[in-house]
Design a protein around this ligand. Structure first.
Ligand code: ADP
Length: 431
């Protein structure tokens, strides 16, 4: 830690040695990218560094204002117990040379680590005994860097008086340190991203719950006023307000569903339901919106199609597909068909609107994915994702056929009883 001693003349490296170094770095890189749990990964890499590059390896990571010891290994099983103790002791707290090293950000080579070095490094008698037992003969200390900051320290030491480190070893160790720094940074960024997503989902769950609460009494009040009013103009305005409350409820429900589904809390409550009836009812609900857009809703759902599904979730599937067909339907007619074949119910929703370019037809079923600009069409990009989750949880499937600029057709296939599929297995393929 103290002096920055460098020694060793540059010698030509033989091709076998060069190959061994490449292989070592390749193996280390493979180990480093194999997991995003960096503590497990660092153990694996340390076990590669020992014995290839060192007899002992210690990795300390910067954790706020402190250092945290995450790895401490020794090649000699008899000395491993001391390594374990060294790990438990941890890095020195608030140690000036360590702070200096972190700030300086420079690799350090101490070719001959003398007893004077050991004494200077020891914190107390027990620490001194451990360091002496580990026979540190030669040491390299590397900063682990990520995005310009030192995020940890890699200590490599030899316990063999015949194996004293030189510049070539330092170069290899620096290369290893660079890769470790990158891997730690990636793993941390991944953890931070996951944490941010968790916080977002938690917030969405709370916010959507809070937002939904006042909507129920508001909807009730509007319904009461609608029944009481005799004035045509007031009635029309109340109908509009009621439609907006429905729209708000649908958006908030989508937000609530994201966190529910993402955390695996989509619970279905199957019961006998008539899909044809659900479609007729949802078409009635959507009729105002369709009229506003100038779209005619043509419903072909006269015969009952009874299956065992979650009624509320089925309504959501139908409502979402209808509302999209109207929203993106360019004021043209929307056709909805309900049919059944070989134990599978089919819901077929066709519009003649803007259509979906082929390259977007898969991703629109993913969360927050949209094929239109937010400036032209409002929405969260959640409806189709939720529809797909519900359909798949009901053992069904959904697909889209669309020609850009000519309209879209969404076909849902649902086994009448979950688990019972049509002959082909891929049920919507049959429609
Ligand atoms: P949202 O409509 O809120 O954006 P959805 O998940 O329901 O979210 O739809 C995802 C995207 O799929 C939409 O943004 C739109 O680009 C596209 N889409 C869905 N339905 C249709 C449709 N009937 N016609 C054209 N595009 C559609």
């Amino acid at each position: 830690m103290r002096g920055r001693l460098r020694s060793g003349k540059k010698r030509r490296i033989g091709s076998a040695a060069r190959e061994a170094r490449f292989k070592f770095l390749a193996d280390a890189t493979t180990a480093l990218v194999s997991s995003l749990d960096f503590e497990t990964t660092l153990e694996a890499v340390a076990k590669l560094a020992v014995p290839m590059l060192a007899d002992g390896c210690v990795i300390d990571l910067v954790d706020g204002d402190d250092l945290r010891r995450v790895v401490c290994v020794h090649r000699d099983p008899e000395l491993q117990a001391y390594s374990v103790e060294l790990k438990a002791l941890g890095p020195p707290a608030n140690d000036a040379p360590v702070r200096h090293f972190i700030a300086a950000n420079t690799p350090t080579l101490i070719p001959k680590f003398t007893d004077a070095h050991v004494v200077a490094a020891a914190r107390d008698a027990r620490h001194l005994a451990i360091l002496r037992a580990l026979h540190m003969e030669s040491t390299m200390i590397l900063p682990l860097r990520a995005r310009g900051r030192t995020i940890g320290i890699l200590w490599l030491y030899s316990s063999d008086a015949e194996r004293l480190y030189g510049e070539r070893d330092l170069a290899l160790a620096e290369d290893l340190g660079g890769r470790i720094g990158l891997a730690i940074d990636n793993a941390r960024l991944f953890q931070e991203a996951q944490e941010a997503v968790r916080i977002r989902d938690e917030f969405l769950a709370i916010a959507s719950h809070e937002l939904r609460t006042p909507l129920t009494p508001l909807k009730l009040q509007l319904g009461r006023l609608l029944r009481q009013t005799t004035d045509a103009s007031t009635h029309e305005k109340l109908v509009l307000a009621d439609g907006q409350v429905d729209r708000l409820t649908r958006l908030i429900t989508q937000l609530l569903d994201v966190s529910r589904i993402a955390s695996g809390r989509l619970v279905l409550d199957p019961e006998p339901v008539d899909l044809a009836e659900v479609v007729r009812r949802e078409a009635e609900h959507a009729s105002m919106e369709a009229r506003k857009k100038g779209s005619e809703l043509r419903i072909h759902a006269n015969a009952p199609v009874v299956g065992v599904w979650d009624a509320a979730r089925l309504e959501q599937v139908v409502a979402n597909l209808l509302s999209n067909a109207i929203k993106y339907g360019d004021g043209k007619p929307v056709d909805v068909d309900v049919s059944t074949r070989e134990g599978v119910a089919y819901l077929d929703v066709r519009d003649h609107g803007i259509g979906i370019p082929t390259e977007h037809q898969t991703r629109i079923f993913e969360r927050y994915e949209r094929a239109v600009s937010a400036r032209h069409f409002g929405g969260f990009g959640l409806g189709l994702w939720i529809v797909r989750q519900i359909v798949e949880a009901s053992s069904g499937s959904i697909r889209v056929e669309s020609v850009d600029g000519e309209g879209s057709r969404f076909i849902v296939g649902l086994p009448l009883v979950a688990g019972l599929r049509g002959k082909s297995g891929g049920i919507v393929e049959d429609a």
